[in-house]
Design a protein around this ligand. Structure first.
Ligand SMILES: Cc1ncc(COP(=O)(O)O)c(C=O)c1O
Length: 377
């Protein structure tokens, strides 16, 4: 029986009061006052010129693919170690993924391998800041500028992480956030599109509202709304935004507790890791991480599986993460072959994530640490 789950969603402060207020205001659909407040909180705290809540990070990525007009014949650079959402976003538009391996130290896209994968068909780089630790954005943005290609930051893990003192999600023309229940800030299912390039503002509102200019209509700027572009329904209910507002308002409480949990794992497991040939996460000095997850790299696939079973014996759920996307059935359809991305193939087999959630008690963490320390590779 699992006693310590991998994740337990955290209900911050007055989230339920806000939901009650939203219900009392009889505003259940999207773009009500709580959504506006979340937009304001994200824009002010990150310094982005426009944030739009979405129903998920996946949908924000789909909006990015639409905004960039990705289509048949276009190629998009992606890390082989990421979640399928970024790929679905542009594959749905008939663009093709071009897989790039990740760096062994951060598991982020290896910026040194991007240039050689760029062709005349390359339209964009969709990157992920894995575990909320920033990619090498200085190099990546320089490559993108040199080739005039767009950068979309999938920042599902990294809200409030920084690279060279600048918030993740503020580098590319577009960036996305996730508020799924496993993320630092959550409303169950949700996300946001961050727009750093104002040329996308107007069309983003239209795509998000079923291809109509209804947002302008609701603001009283026009007297009727019409179908003027493609689009879908990407806006979440204001009830979800009400819950999310409380989370965003508790940023300091949430992030400082997560930092404590992360630092406790790192401190308490250092000797065990050294003695057993296990690698702890690496955060380069130019990065301030977002404290999204704590993972270890085990010496082998077998020891990783054995540690999962060992912890399960203590009622603790530890999980692996992404399978190499170029070797997935879909990835193979795009030409992915074993050996294309050796670092991804190796680390994906050996990575293990420990339970990590804001409401974890000290006693729960001690039990996890003790159980891990009792394991020998
Ligand atoms: C890097 C990354 N991007 C996107 C997603 C999808 O997020 P959502 O569930 O909000 O669509 C995930 C899911 O965990 C993820 O890890």
């Amino acid at each position: 029986m699992i006693r310590i789950p991998f994740n337990r969603p955290f209900a911050a402060g007055n989230g339920l009061d806000y939901v009650r207020t939203a219900i009392a205001a009889s505003k259940f659909s999207g773009d009500g006052p709580f959504t506006a407040e979340c937009h304001r909180l994200l824009e002010r705290s990150l310094g982005v010129q426009k944030a739009l809540l979405t129903t998920s990070c996946t949908h924000a990525l789909e909006m990015a693919a639409l905004l960039l007009n990705l289509g048949p014949g276009d190629e998009v650079i992606v890390p082989a170690f990421t979640f399928p959402s970024a790929l679905n976003a542009f594959v749905l538009r008939s663009a093709r993924p071009v897989f790039v391996d990740v760096r062994a130290d951060t598991l982020n896209i290896d910026e040194a391998q991007i240039d050689q994968r760029i062709t005349e068909h390359t339209k964009a780089i969709f990157l992920v800041h894995y575990a909320g630790v920033g990619c090498e954005m200085e190099v990546i943005m320089a490559i993108a500028r040199r080739h005039s290609i767009a950068v979309v930051e999938d920042n599902a893990h990294g809200l409030y992480g920084k690279y060279r003192n600048q918030y993740l999600g503020t580098f590319g023309g577009l960036a996305t956030l996730s508020f799924h229940e496993t993320k630092n800030f959550t409303c169950g299912e949700g996300g946001a599109l961050l727009i750093n390039d104002a040329q996308f503002n107007e069309r983003a509102e239209i795509l998000r509202e079923k291809g109509t200019d209804r947002s302008r209509f609701f603001r009283g700027e026009i007297d009727k709304y019409n179908w003027i572009d493609v689009g879908s329904s990407y806006l979440p209910s204001d009830l979800l935004a009400a819950f999310l507002r409380a989370q965003l308002e508790h940023r300091d409480q949430i992030q400082s507790r997560r930092r404590e949990i992360w630092e406790t794992y790192a401190r308490e497991l250092t000797s065990w890791a050294e003695a057993n040939g296990v690698r702890l996460p690496n955060v380069p000095p130019e990065c301030e991480q977002a404290y999204h997850m704590f993972y270890v790299i085990m010496p082998s696939f077998e020891t990783r599986q054995a540690l999962i079973s060992h912890l399960a014996g203590f009622g603790i759920l530890a999980v692996f993460h992404y399978l190499p996307l170029h070797l997935s059935p879909m990835g193979e359809r795009f030409g992915g072959r074993r050996g294309d991305c050796p670092v991804t193939e190796d680390l994906s087999d050996r990575l293990l994530r420990f339970p990590f959630f804001t409401g974890m008690t000290s006693s729960e963490q001690s039990q996890i640490v003790d159980a891990v320390r009792a394991f020998r590779c």
